[in-house]
Design a binder for this molecule. Structure first.
Ligand SMILES: NC(=O)c1ccc[n+]([C@@H]2O[C@H](COP(=O)([O-])OP(=O)(O)OC[C@H]3O[C@@H](n4cnc5c(N)ncnc54)[C@H](OP(=O)(O)O)[C@@H]3O)[C@@H](O)[C@H]2O)c1
Length: 315
């Protein structure tokens, strides 16, 4: 009774199945919904966007592994069995996110969208360029991903602050926390990077009221948003409104409340918006499967599972 079931929607399951079979040749791998066999034999589930109720048949389930760093897709199932839920913490995924955040902070800092537009018009014109040390970056979420991005941006010379739920202390990073610390964090932030999880407390947090609190009179002459956390953290219509009211000078969005972003969304054609298709830090089967197989081996050897999420806080 130690079978592993893959419960995957929205992604091609084949590379995940191949990788699990290669990484754990002795393991009985089952596929939801058609190749499950006897569900009583399933001890572990590895999941991405599992449909509500999908785990209900697994009466002997011992743990659920999210195939991504975020667990909102798993927790959306109100009938989840009371077993540990483990999320992915992987240095490769973390570095991919830091690459993405750094790329887009620098893109806004170095006005690359403006130079792209000038190139299309054959315009040779140099704009004043502030030093990184004059620019305030603020990172919402000082977890595994937010901390690494903060450290790299600080190394580049930016003035970096972070905002988290509990108080944190990080060398070289100005730390704010909780509802009481949010306004002060926003007031000093020109480039806002969102790396929060989607929970009941963070849903829709990136709305017009919040975006209007960002610092607009800094060295960059406007405020910028980069959201690579989850789409339901943001209110798309409010981002458009913030751009149109100059509360934002630009936005990079990797995630959206509805994915793929609907063709009718005004974000697609907005000149202030840079869109990527939820690819800032993809879960790669080779890396993620190795991590999950290692977790199961640890668990079966009598050690605790690592990176078990707290259901009450939702991350
Ligand atoms: N776009 C992509 O491709 C992609 C890829 C990977 C991950 N992600 C997203 O990135 C998120 C963050 O990943 P992670 O590994 O860094 O997560 P993590 O280690 O769990 O860190 C989450 C951070 O958010 C903070 N936080 C949570 N709720 C908050 C609240 N209500 N108010 C203030 N701060 C709050 C936490 O505060 P404390 O420090 O006080 O706990 C923590 O600092 C994931 O949940 C996922 O949604 C996106």
């Amino acid at each position: 009774m130690t079978a592993l079931a893959l419960v995957i929607t929205g992604w091609d399951v084949a590379p995940w199945e191949r990788r699990f079979r290669a990484a754990a040749p002795g393991r009985d791998i089952r596929l939801w919904p058609d190749r499950l066999g006897n569900p009583d034999e399933v001890a572990y589930a590895a999941a991405w966007l599992p449909p509500p109720g999908a785990f209900g048949a697994f009466r002997n389930l011992r743990a659920i592994f999210s195939l991504g760093a975020g667990v909102d897709g798993v927790l959306a199932d109100r009938a989840l069995p009371q077993v540990p839920i483990v999320r992915v913490v992987d240095p490769n995924l973390m570095r991919r996110m830091t690459e993405y955040v750094t790329l887009h902070v620098l893109m806004h800092h170095r006005r690359q969208r403006l130079y792209d537009a000038q190139q299309r018009q054959g315009v040779w014109h140099e704009h004043a360029q502030p030093r990184a040390g004059e620019v305030n970056v603020g990172i919402m979420g000082l977890g595994v991903l937010g901390r690494d991005a903060a450290e790299v941006l600080a190394r580049l010379g930016f003035r970096v602050a972070g905002w988290s739920r509990a108080a944190r202390q990080l060398p070289g990073i100005e730390c704010f926390h909780g509802a009481a610390g949010l306004d002060a964090f926003l007031a000093r932030t020109e480039i806002l990077v969102c790396l929060l999880p989607h929970t009941p407390a963070t849903e829709g947090i990136l709305d017009l009221a919040l975006l209007r609190k960002l610092k607009r009179d800094g060295a960059l002459g406007g405020a910028f948003l980069i959201n690579a956390g989850r789409g339901r953290l943001q209110v798309d219509a409010d981002i458009v409104a913030a751009l149109d009211q100059s509360a934002l000078a630009g936005a990079t969005l990797d995630v959206f409340p509805v994915e793929p972003l609907p063709a009718a969304s005004p974000l697609w054609a907005h000149p202030g918006v840079t869109i990527t298709p939820h690819n800032s830090a993809a879960s790669v089967p080779e890396e993620t499967v190795a991590y999950i197989v290692q977790q199961i081996e640890r668990f079966e050897a009598g050690h605790g599972l690592e990176n078990v999420i707290d259901r009450a806080s939702g991350y």
